[in-house]
Design a protein around this ligand. Structure first.
Ligand SMILES: NC(=O)c1ccc[n+]([C@@H]2O[C@H](COP(=O)([O-])OP(=O)(O)OC[C@H]3O[C@@H](n4cnc5c(N)ncnc54)[C@H](OP(=O)(O)O)[C@@H]3O)[C@@H](O)[C@H]2O)c1
Length: 253
């Protein structure tokens, strides 16, 4: 996309979010990453590619302040600055694999707040602040197959992704009723060789029966690289028919 486009990506410091941010650095693009950490490599790449990048450090387990900061920033932009504006809710966490009584309250809260509450609040801030913009607006929520089927040892993650899916469907109904409503998709990105997969395959099989499945994803070479996954997801984001199917999976196309 060569038109002036805004991309806001949560979880842009590592994994697939970092790869998406790297691929989006280009002239006419404004990229904003929101994570606890920032990536010096991404900053260096932005400098050499004439792309506008801001890396905001926020803990999305406390998502109110990040959503307020986003709304303030969006309100300060002129309504005709961008032709397209995209919010990518990508940050997600798995709690230590195991049943909920074996997982700390802190970890459970973190998984739901980062995976679901942040998505809700950032989407609300984005939709409100950009409602009068000329830009075509898109929200891409990065879901998982585990939002659509349950797996033992990952209840909080499954709940966050299932919540994200139905949140997306309900938001899409609200937006469809507006003359220039945003388009919304909740997309399962496939299985990706990131820290999240490493955490799952290092789980304790006595508490996490699917641990061997995750170990074999790695040993049998089934994991996509973050770059490849990011390419597929961004291709989906750019589709003309983006939003026609709210619950989607990159493996279906
Ligand atoms: N990997 C897979 O196989 C797979 C499969 C299906 C779906 N997904 C989904 O794809 C998305 C990306 O996953 P990934 O594998 O790339 O994950 P990852 O490598 O674990 O990276 C997670 C990203 O989320 C950010 N994050 C985590 N906790 C945060 C917090 N409290 N506040 C702000 N940011 C936080 C991290 O940044 P900081 O640590 O700097 O905060 C990091 O940038 C997730 O939504 C995940 O559920 C992944």
């Amino acid at each position: 996309m060569s038109e002036p486009t805004l991309y806001i990506i949560t979880g842009a410091s590592r994994g697939m979010g970092l790869a998406m941010a790297q691929q989006l650095l280009a002239p006419h693009h404004q990229v904003i990453g929101i994570s606890r950490g920032s990536s010096p490599m991404l900053a260096a790449q932005a400098q050499s590619s004439d792309a506008a990048l801001e890396q905001w450090t926020h803990d999305l387990a406390q998502p109110l302040s990040a959503a307020q900061a986003l709304e303030t920033w969006l309100n300060a932009q002129s309504a005709d600055r961008f032709q397209r504006a995209c919010l990518i809710n990508n940050a997600g966490v798995v709690a230590q694999p195991g049943p909920i009584e074996a997982t700390s309250l802190q970890d459970l809260s973190n998984a739901i707040r980062v995976g679901l509450e942040a998505c809700l609040l950032l989407s609300s801030a984005f939709l409100r602040a950009t409602a009068h913009w000329q830009a075509q607006r898109r929200i891409l929520n990065i879901s998982s197959g585990l939002g659509r089927r349950a797996m033992a040892g990952s209840a909080a993650y499954c709940a966050a992704k299932a919540g994200m899916d139905n949140l997306s469907r309900a938001m899409a109904l609200d937006e469809a009723a507006k003359p220039k409503g945003a388009r919304i998709v909740s997309l399962a990105p496939g299985i990706i060789d990131t820290d999240m997969q490493a955490q799952l395959r290092s789980g304790d099989p006595s508490k996490f029966p699917d641990q061997p499945v995750f170990a074999s994803f790695k040993t049998s070479g089934q994991l996509m690289s973050p770059d490849e996954a990011a390419r597929k997801v961004l291709r989906y984001l750019a589709r003309d028919d983006f939003g026609q199917t709210v619950l989607a999976d990159v493996r279906d196309v």
